[in-house]
Design a protein around this ligand. Sequence first.
Ligand code: HEC
Length: 201
Amino acid sequence: MANGTRGGYTPDRRSGGGFGAFLLGILFTIVAVGIAGWVYLRYGHPPVAVADQAFPMEAQIVHVPLNARIAREIEQPPFGASEDAFEAGARLYVTSCASCHGTPRHNAPYAKWMYPVAPQLWQKHTRGNVVGVSDDEPGETYWKIKNGIRLTGMPEFQHLYSTAQMWDIALLLKNADQPLPDPVAKILATGDPAGSTSATP
Ligand code: HEC
């Protein structure tokens, strides 16, 4: 077996300088990228207005980490769907969500003038029978209600509503493709949180 001795050639003395230059190169690159980034943000007209053109792959870049995070933290509903849950959910929905996400047959006027748009959560998708997010796990919708979605306008509600209240809304939206009990439909149709208890005209 060879003992590994290299005759004559000793690269070791130079390797220190080479490594130093290499580090300097990395440092230079980091600084250059930082300056280029700042110049782009300051003078490059990145999209800041709603109507501006999106970055290439912007939606994907945002949704990959969002979906990964939700998959890690998804929870199961602590109670099942019921008329009581739907009613409570509908009251909260017309109070806090309808202004952006609409109600059955009524669109929020500024929803599509947001970036990203606030999806109509009571509209049937063009394909299949899905309505709004009825195809998503209630745990996924619950996560979005609880935590919000950064830089989109979708607020977080964990500091406004209890866990049970957020599940009420999530379960309601899961069943947006089903016929809902009359009092629930009425709250959504009138936009009046007291819809089910107020005297019928
Ligand atoms: C100020 C406007 C606004 C309000 C109020 C609001 N949202 Fe949103 N919401 C948005 C926007 C904008 C998005 C889109 C985010 C995105 O595309 O990533 C969104 C996304 C969502 C989504 C995900 C939709 C999908 O297709 O995956 C759900 C579910 C949702 N909102 C539920 C609610 C509920 C429930 C409430 C009330 C408790 C609410 N939102 C209140 C603006 C709002």
